[in-house]
Write a protein that binds this ligand. Sequence first.
Ligand code: ATP
Length: 236
Amino acid sequence: MKLKKLELTGFKSFSEKSSIEFPVGVSAVVGPNGCGKSNIVDALRWVMGEQSVKQLRGKAMEDVIFAGSNGKPPLNMAEVCLTLLNDNGTAPEELKDFTEIMLTRRLYRSGESGYFINKQPCRLKDIHNIFLGSGLGTKSYSIIQQGNIGAITEAGPEERRFFIEEAAGITRYKNRKKEALSKVQTTKQNLLRINDIINEVQKQMAGLKRQVKKAEIYKNYQKRIRTGYPDFFCKI
Ligand code: ATP
């Protein structure tokens, strides 16, 4: 997958809708200090599902919404759309037929938020799933912020293993395995509970069987009384 286009509306310093294209080859964002270069990287991280406010250089998630400047009033919503070129089949199975995948993340000042894939509402998990094993994604090595190269060179063995596994493209399968094992565990727990219920019901059944027998004897006697069976009283 490759980045194709990034559209920002109300995100940090981008009060008006701005569109940034990433043509084939090397792209560089150049500009004076404080013009918003890092905000573009923040937008990339954010739309890929970043949850850490610290990674987005803010104090609260609301800080990504344009807070007003140069006489422009603050906005109530931030939206970032990222268009990816799906040219090498690394996208998940359900999206592999799309040549382009558009991801959208939206946040309102009220706290309401949403994620979309190709304009359809989706879960954060679906966004993460797109990037697993692709080398992209927020926890991956694809975004290295200013002064952050040490995150890889000084990473401990566990973190380094994560980077290598991500580069090898196996994280998605490892995640699926984890999910499948957790489902197996839940099913085992459910089976245990079902066995308990079966045991309990079987205990109740024994008592009920005794009651059924008594009821049948009672019904039989009733019938004989009604039909005036002659030796009834003698037999009792
Ligand atoms: P440098 O080269 O110094 O790292 P930069 O080009 O990367 O700078 P950024 O850090 O991306 O610049 O942008 C900083 C600017 O974004 C500041 O002027 C800041 O006021 C503005 N900014 C950040 N968040 C918001 C917000 N929520 N609303 C309005 N402006 C914001």
